[in-house]
Ligand binder design. Structure first.
Ligand code: FO1
Length: 323
């Protein structure tokens, strides 16, 4: 007789990934390939959302949607590939275009506006958009359907500004005193996905502006903690040099925001922010020296290659399947 264990079918593991734009767009497609698209749900930050020319723009949801559809502009780190900016250039004549919306991207924002105008929730609008982009299997959910104002930042110079003004218009140069995160209710779709999850992954995203904004939503933190297994992924690899203006900009924003809670931009310090939320913390092999600090923060360190998405996804799936 054949040994039963060899032929026992493995129950699919349901993973929920909480993420911002850049970290989510890099990891979600690789994770979908590694675990199977139907086993993955992504809950995206909406704290970065803005009202642009009367249209709701959702940078994090959209980056992840484009990435899952194979359309994301990886080099730029936002928006879609093969983009043109004729509208942006035309708008600049009128002195109003620090936020560069691409021509093709605009089609998505207009369609979302029509869905929202017809009474659809952001969850339902996102589902319709993602389907039209050709994404199959993976569910992409906004962290909230009820956000009326996104993240605002109280700057050290005394001003309080919307997140995108600081991040895009001012390139995240101004030191920040405090991030003001919205306390709107978490979306029912996100809470339902978390209830059904076998494993929750706090993605390699900004711990304040992305994950902090998701976790600040009403009901979210309790739903995450109730999940059977929870892993946080370091958003930083200390042992590599960040090159490229886009990545430097992103890292500067993270450093500035971490400083508001007295944290440093390194795995051990970031792990401390996830104490009581995650049980394990995934850090890069180049940052192995931080493992003891991660353990002192109360999380069990797991080492993987964070710069190679395929390997990172494989390490997450291996962790999720461990019992
Ligand atoms: N980021 C920029 O640095 N400059 C832009 O002009 C810009 C425009 C933009 C338009 C649509 C969109 O979905 C995202 C856009 N982003 C832009 C990126 C985005 O605002 C940030 O990367 C995230 O909010 C930070 O997570």
């Amino acid at each position: 007789m054949r040994p039963a264990a060899l032929f026992a079918t493995r129950r699919p593991v349901k993973i929920v990934l909480l993420a911002g734009g850049l970290g989510g767009a890099r990891l979600a497609p690789a994770l979908a390939d590694a675990i199977g698209a139907r086993s993955l749900t992504v809950i995206a930050n909406v704290g970065d959302d803005l009202d642009w020319m009367g249209l709701r723009v959702c940078p994090d949801l959209d980056s992840i949607a484009y990435a899952l559809a194979g359309l994301w502009d990886r080099r730029r780190g936002w928006g879609r590939r093969s983009e043109s900016f004729r509208l942006r250039d035309a708008l600049s004549r009128f002195g109003a275009s620090w936020f560069s919306v691409g021509d093709r991207d605009l089609a998505l924002h207009l369609t979302r506006a029509a869905h929202l105008e017809s009474g659809k929730s952001l969850t339902a609008a996102t589902e319709a958009l993602v389907r039209r982009l050709g994404v199959r299997g993976v569910r992409l959910l906004p962290a909230s359907d009820a956000l009326t104002a996104g993240t605002r930042l109280a700057l050290c110079d005394g001003r309080t500004v919307p997140f995108q003004q600081w991040y895009v218009r001012e390139l995240a140069w101004a030191p920040v005193r405090r991030a003001i995160l919205a306390r709107a209710p978490a979306s029912r779709s996100a809470l339902a996905a978390l209830r059904e999850a076998d494993a929750v992954v706090l993605g390699p995203s900004n711990p304040i502006a992305s994950l902090g904004a998701i976790l600040a939503l009403r009901g979210m933190r309790q739903a995450v903690v109730a999940a059977p297994r929870r892993l946080a992924v370091s958003p930083v690899v200390v042992g590599r040099t960040v090159r490229g203006t886009g990545l430097e900009h992103h890292a500067r924003a993270r450093r500035r925001l971490l400083a508001t809670v007295g944290a440093r931009d390194g795995p051990a310090s970031i792990a401390r922010l996830y104490r009581g939320l995650a049980e394990q913390f995934l850090l890069d092999g180049r940052d192995r020296s931080e493992a003891a600090g991660v353990r002192r923060a109360g999380l069990e360190p797991v080492v993987a290659d964070l710069l190679d998405e395929r390997r990172l996804a494989a390490a997450i799936v291996k962790w999720a399947r461990e019992r």
